[in-house]
Design a protein around this ligand. Structure first.
Ligand code: GLV
Ligand code: MN
Ligand code: MN
Ligand code: MN
Length: 434
């Protein structure tokens, strides 16, 4: 028995674009680097202020707000059948150093606005609707991406052990300033009285669907003039940390045959990563050395230590794993050649790809059609909170165009018209799933 208010009429949906743009602009001011760049690191002062800003908006939209022990924030609109699994949507607001103001943010502020849109249309949900702000999608501070999600997905059989392992690992995890994860969390007002994070774990079936709105972070939608991307799969990410150690020494006094230069080993490894990635023969295989640190970092000192962090991804998991194996063999060979020690080769994460749920995809397609918005199916090459939510819930993602595909840099931009289209598709999809 459907009430007349159980299906949002696409023609009656109105997005308050002006407020939404103002919120995006205001949120971007909670940053540790000057505009237009945004830097918002997990549990930093700016992150705490930004979280407060979001909780306020959730409250103003009539959502009841609660936070878990690591700071995943949930805003809930109770449905008429609150015992049913809720429909959830959300994303992240942490921002890597010198990035832009749309990555993640569109999926949090846009989700709150989608709730407003549904309320204004007179919609009354059957299932409850939840907006989630995930703690730290980005790996910047503690080297672990999608931290909240990994924990969230913990109670899925196969993952229970793993998440408890993660929860254990977090006890030993420190940031670049040697601040432990738990101290940082406590300073931000979380993880108050326990180091047991099992309260954060979520069981499979907790949500009936998880939806995420996000900028594409690629050029395809803009180039093809298409309004909506419907994600069918998320590529499989992996990250690796490598350390080389040599003897260092005076840059003038130690002659070339007597050196063992950890810096050169790092440089050779970076080139080896590029080679192995290109050798896969597929454009879908990518690899990046985004961090390379030399110790002691003085122009007249041979590097005695080097630290390299490697990000590699593919839509094909086994092809990506082949790259990882080859990179490992290269690291061993390079250490021997450079007469340095390979003191660490650690695979931090090696995640499988995620597939979107067929019925969620269909709902998003139907929503786009109802709204007269052109759409296309696509792969997400970036990872998202959805990668992990897919482990406990049917999942789907809505992409909107962004300027030249720019992301993870200050030039990141999406027009408010495109964002508003995404918000409407999200609202209708939530309505269908509720
Ligand atoms: C997360 O932002 C990613 O690197 O895909
Ligand atoms: Mn990002
Ligand atoms: Mn993101
Ligand atoms: Mn991402």
């Amino acid at each position: 028995t459907q009430s007349c208010n159980s299906d949002p009429q696409s023609s009656s949906l109105s997005v308050d674009s002006e407020s939404l743009q103002r919120q995006i602009d205001e949120l971007s001011t909670f940053s540790d680097t000057p505009a237009p760049s945004v830097t918002r690191i997990l549990y930093s002062e700016k992150d705490v202020l930004a979280r407060r800003f979001i909780k306020n908006l959730m409250g103003r939209s009539g959502l009841s707000v609660h936070e878990d022990a690591v700071g995943n924030i949930f805003g809930r609109w109770e449905g008429s059948e609150p015992e049913l699994p809720a429909v959830a949507t959300g994303s992240h607001i942490d921002a890597i150093p010198y990035s832009g103001k749309y990555d993640g943010v569109v999926g949090v502020l846009g989700a709150i606005e989608a709730i407003n849109v549904l309320r204004r249309s007179g919609f009354e949900p059957k299932r409850s609707l939840e907006v989630i702000l995930f703690t730290s999608e980005e790996p910047t501070r503690f080297g672990i991406s999608c931290l909240g999600r990994d924990l969230n997905s913990g109670s899925c059989d196969r993952l229970l052990a793993r998440s408890q392992a993660l929860s254990e690992a977090l006890k030993k995890t420190v940031d670049g300033q040697n601040i432990s994860f738990f101290n940082a969390a406590r300073l931000a007002g979380y993880a108050k009285d326990q180091e047991d994070l099992s309260s954060v774990f979520m069981k499979e079936g907790h949500y009936s669907a998880f939806l995420e709105l996000h900028i594409e972070q690629g050029p395809i939608l803009e180039e093809e003039g298409i309004s909506i991307g419907i994600v069918t799969a998320i590529a499989a990410p992996a990250s690796i940390k490598v350390d080389f150690e040599g003897n260092g020494g005076h840059a003038g006094a130690v002659l070339m045959p007597y050196r063992n230069d950890a810096g050169l080993a790092a440089a050779e490894l970076a080139l080896a990563v590029e080679k192995h990635v290109l050798d896969s023969g597929s454009v879908d295989t990518v690899g990046t050395v985004g961090i390379m640190e030399l110790h002691p970092g003085a122009i007249n000192s041979i590097p005695s230590k080097s630290h390299v962090e490697i990000d590699t991804r593919d839509i094909d998991e086994s092809r990506r794993d082949t790259v990882i194996e080859k990179v490992h063999l290269s690291a061993i060979a390079i250490a021997e050649k450079c007469k340095v020690e390979l003191s660490e080769f650690r695979i931090v994460n090696k995640d499988p790809p995620a597939l979107s749920d067929k019925s969620v995809i269909e709902a998003m397609q139907f929503a786009s059609q109802q709204l007269n918005l052109s759409h296309k199916f696509m792969i997400s090459r970036a990872y998202h909170d959805s990668l992990f939510m897919a482990r406990i819930s049917p999942m789907g993602m809505i992409f909107i165009p962004c300027y030249k595909g720019y992301s993870h840099k200050p030039e990141e931009y999406a027009s408010i018209e495109d964002i508003a289209n995404g918000v409407k598709v999200l609202a209708v999809t939530m309505g269908i799933n509720s």
